[in-house]
Every structure is written in structure tokens, then in C-alpha cells.
Design a protein around this ligand. Sequence first.
Ligand code: GAP
Length: 439
Amino acid sequence: MNIEKIVSLCKRRGFIFQSSEIYGGFKAVYDYGPLGVALKNNISKIWWKAMTQHHENIVGLDSAIFTHPKIWEASGHVGAFNDPLVDCKQCKARYRVDELSTETNPDWGKMTCPNCGSKGSFTDPRQFNLMFKTSIGAVEDDSSIAYLRPETAQGIYVNYLLVQNAMRLKVPFGIAQVGKAFRNEIVARNFIFRTREFEQMEMQYFVQPDQDDQSLNEWKDQRFSFYSQLGIDKNKLRFKQHGPDELAHYAKEAWDIEYEFPFGWSEVEGIHNRTDFDLKQHQEFSGKKMEYFDPVENKRYLPYIIETSAGLNRMLLAVLSNAYWEDTDNNRVVMRLDPKIAPVLAVVCPLTKKDGLPEIGRNIMDFLKKEFKVIYDQQGSIGKRYYRQDEAGTPFGITVDHQSKDDQSVTLRHRDTQHQDRVAIDQLVNAIKNKIGEF
Ligand code: GAP
């Protein structure tokens, strides 16, 4: 399956639009339409619950996007958050070095440009920092520099003692955060997979230094099994360990959870052992003690940090790719989204616009909307209305027909099987709740 089909469905049905489209589009930035924002929020809520509700010792945080610029010097991002790039002198195409070769020192003279086919026409690789710089205040000079955060993690590290004290937490404990991050990605492609503005769902778990390996393994298991909650097929997921030359500057050990996207296996989430690297750096750069006091062992130390870092947009793209189904027998496209995350749970359709059917439909809307996200649609043939909702991923269709007037029942249609049951209107909420389990 081709990613372009998902791009086109996303636009058609109001999931995702290219940013600034009327101005010709703004590269590697996307806007989320009514269905996209609902789906994104539903995914992020499940993650938040899995972290902060299912674990007594994980709490939430929402730190600001702007931070003191020293944070990014301490974290190593000013010095080391670089992508090496090369340009083709013939056709001007630009590549990240790791896109062209997995070798540390490839022979550039033999390398062929994938765009124009010319040989040995690449410039020498040069380092390009991925952080966006801006300036704060009336005067633009070196003292007004601020960076847009390239990861949410640092906001957690610099607040961790405040959070720990306020919530009286004992190691091991975690802090979770969902928020925007920004990277000046040079090679941005594959729709929302790699964009310049994106959202991360990160959790930093603070452990005793000698507990790091065990904790990393536990989090690897937990994070892998999380994806079944989104209805993602586990055969389309795998782990990939970072080799020594792929490790980020802060990591001792790192694993990616990869999904098999239409364009191949690619990272959705990273699980990293960041050791005490970040806390040590902040201690040095801020001059403030970052040690945790362990009341049981009666000693102070810098905890080690196990990080789980997922891209919300990538997770959403995995969900969309997983859900996309061409039902060739019935000549329709269906987004087989799990009812837990579907933007709309049911559509209410009066068969005709007359004979009192819309009134019954409106009454049904009134009580259903207290339970679920439902929409009302009386435009066009019933078949067209169903197919529109199949593409939107709506699990149920409720149709009010002439029989409804006689016996106060409606049909309840299942999106994937198209099977229809006759259900009493006053039993509709229960019937839907029962059927959610069948997906
Ligand atoms: N705090 C660690 C960290 O940021 P990362 O592997 O650079 O680690 C974590 O990023 C996750 O953030 C990735 O697995 C990916 O899902 C998401 N991500 C990173 N860069 C992205 C981009 N340009 N566009 C969309 N998502 C991105």
C-alpha cells in the first residue's frame, strides 16, 4: 500500500492537511483537522492514562516550551544535536549522510546521487544543528537567544526535584509529559513521519544507578505491549537496538520500537538509558545540587534515568497505516480504527428527511451524545453516508427507518462486517457498549 493513499484520505475526510495550503503549502508542517485532532487526543489520553493512572509512582508535568538557553548548552544540544549533510553539486538535492550510507566514512567519490544519478558530485559533509533559534525581548543580541525545545525531556529534568518534593516521591518514580517539540529537519518526507513541529509523549523514570538495566528491560516490555491498546497489529512492530555509532550523545543503551509503515520499518518510539548524564550536566551548568536524598539508605545520589519517548504524530501515522483497508469486495475504503480511539463512535442516519424520521434521529442524538461522540447525517443516499463514515473510521451506523415509528427500534450497523442488527432504541446504549468488545 502506498502512503499517498493515506495522505489523500486524510485530506478528503478531515484528518490532516498540509499547513498553509492556500499559499502553496509550508514544507514538513501539518495541520490536524476535526477528525485528526480527535484521533490524536484519543491516542494521547490513552498514553497519559497508561502512565499516570496505571502507575501510582508516575506523575504528570507540563513544562514551558521556552526555557533558559543554558539548558540546551548543558544538555549537549547546542554542541552535539547535529545532522551531517551533503549536497549534490549537480542537481542541488540535499541529503542526511545516514540516508545515503550506514558507513562512518563512506567513499564519497563512488557515491551516486539518488536524484540525478551523477557520481561523486557530493559536497563534503557538514554539520547542521537541528534546533530552532529565536530571540526574546526587544533587543536581538547574544543575550536574547532562546531555542524552541527539540525534546520535552529537559523540562522534566530541570524540574525533577521540585516535583519529587511536592509529591513526596521516592525513587523509583516517573514524570510524564506530552508536548510540542521542534527540529529543523532538513530532509523531511513521508507525510507526518518527520516534521519540523511535532508532539512527543515522554516519560522519564528515575531509578537507583544500579537498577538501570533491569528498569530498561521492564520499560521495553511495557511499551511494546502498549500498542495493542491502540489496535495495532503486533506483527507490524519490532525492536531495533542502536549500534555504538547510532547512539545519541546522552545514551548508554537505546532501543527503538519500529512499525512497518507503507514506506518500510521505521521508528515510532525510543527507550533509552540516559544514565545520570543530564542531571550531572545540569548540576554542573547551573551550580545547583541535583541530587536526590534517599531516606531509606540515608544517602544522596544522582538517579539514573530510563526514558520512554514516543512521537504522538508517528504513533498516529502507525494507527492510520494499520487501520487502512481496501475492501475490494464491496468497493470501499475502511479505516478500521479501534472504537477506543475512533474520532466518532456512531453516525445517526434517518433513512429519509420526512415522515417524522429526522425527529426520531434527533431524539436518539440527544441521549447518545451524553455517552459517546456521535454525529447526525441526513445528506445523500444511505449507502453513501455509510461509506463516508467507513473512511472516517466510525465503528457504528444507526439508521432510523419506517419500522422505527412502529416498534421504536433502529438498525445498528457494524463498520467492518456491515452486519446490521435490529435494536430497541431504549437498548441502544447497552447494545453499542456490548458491540465495542467485538472489534
Ligand atoms: N528525548 C529523547 C528523544 O527526543 P528521539 O529518538 O530523538 O529521542 C523520540 O525522539 C521520538 O520523537 C521518536 O521516536 C519519534 O517518534 C519522535 N520524533 C523525533 N523527531 C521527529 C520529527 N522530526 N517528526 C516527528 N516525530 C519525531
